[in-house]
Write a protein that binds this ligand. Structure first.
Ligand code: DGY
Length: 323
């Protein structure tokens, strides 16, 4: 009998084809969200569970997985999984590092430039037929070139964002728990500073930390107040890193010039007032959403599952599993 591999949501064909000869595949090609009960049942029937980052995998689901060897997350962030509970039951947890940083960095830059130059409201204005001819004061934005970029969390994605700042001749500051090796700082042309200094000095602050107890509400009311007046906040990490209500207030009062969010504190719900703000760009968590990258991510998920089916340690175990 072949091992059962359950895929909780739509998944690219290339990766399903890679898996198919090695297992009995149970797929869910619909957009219907699996309930906690569905996930529990799937865990109970499967050797491998391929999940989306929107699937919450708590101890009860892991407990139900009597023959479960691996939970393979289709994404880099894995705060949706109780990794400690999985580890206690010797269930491997994997994610997709190393394949999505460039795509997510591209989106981050689209958000920086889009916010600075007010691209979304300007598009709306034009398509609504309001453009009646050139005017010197129309949609004045803010420069990006030569400004200061503050990168909070300079891992794979943060580094890829910092690297792109060279073309804009920006000063790059970064902050995270540990300083990077000097060689890497030089390559990125980035200077390590405290969070306070970064917030005080940066024209564009971009967030790339994983969600953990340490980073939950890392950017709260106090931190937003410390940001340079007229600065922008760009967020493609995990919603709960930012206090969305405090952000809405700062944008409403124009203390910040703008912000762009790809993730939300109560995702997928938006915080009240967000949709009224013209200086806030709202995206539906599409950081790594390019066709090429989604395929790479899915193939990596498939390889992790095949490793586990062959009783080999999967190639991209999440750091918290072994750490
Ligand atoms: C991830 O992989 O964690 C991203 O948020 C997906 O876009």
């Amino acid at each position: 009998m072949k091992p059962v591999v359950s895929v909780t949501h739509p998944f690219p064909d290339v990766a399903l084809e890679r898996l198919a000869p090695h297992c009995e595949l149970r797929t869910n090609p619909t957009d219907t969200l699996p309930t906690a009960e569905d996930l529990k049942r799937a865990a109970g029937e499967s050797t491998a569970l391929i999940i989306y980052l929107s699937d919450r995998i708590g101890p009860d689901i892991i407990e139900a997985g009597k023959n479960l060897k691996i939970i393979a997350n289709y994404g880099a962030g894995f705060n949706n999984i109780d990794v400690a509970a999985a580890r206690r039951r010797n269930v491997w947890v994997t994610n997709t590092p190393g394949v999505l940083q460039e795509t997510t960095a591209d989106l981050t830059w689209a958000m920086i430039l889009g916010s600075a130059r007010r691209i979304v409201p300007a598009d709306r204005y034009t398509r609504e037929g309001k453009f009646k001819g050139w005017s010197a004061g129309l949609f004045l934005g803010t420069d990006v070139y030569g400004k200061t970029l503050g990168v909070i969390g300079c891992g794979e994605i943060g580094s890829a964002v910092a690297r792109r700042a060279r073309g804009f001749e920006m000063r790059v500051l970064y902050h995270q728990r540990h300083r990077l090796p000097v060689e890497k700082e030089k390559r990125l042309n980035a200077t390590y500073v405290s969070l306070e200094e970064l917030l005080r000095e940066s024209d564009y602050v971009t967030l790339h930390v994983p969600l953990s107890e340490e980073t939950r509400y890392l950017i709260g009311r106090k931190q937003i107040e410390r940001m340079k007046p007229g600065a922008f906040l760009i967020h493609t990490a995990r919603g709960q890193v930012v206090d969305d209500r405090a952000l809405v207030e700062a944008l409403r009062e124009k203390r910040l010039a703008g912000a762009a969010l790809d993730v939300y504190e109560n995702e997928p719900d938006l915080t009240e007032g967000m949709t009224d703000l013209d200086n806030l760009m709202l995206l539906p968590h599409i950081g790594s959403a390019s066709t090429e990258t989604r395929e790479k991510m899915a193939l990596l998920v498939a390889e992790n599952v095949l490793d586990a089916l062959a009783d080999q340690t999967p190639r991209s175990l999440v750091p918290a599993w072994s750490g």
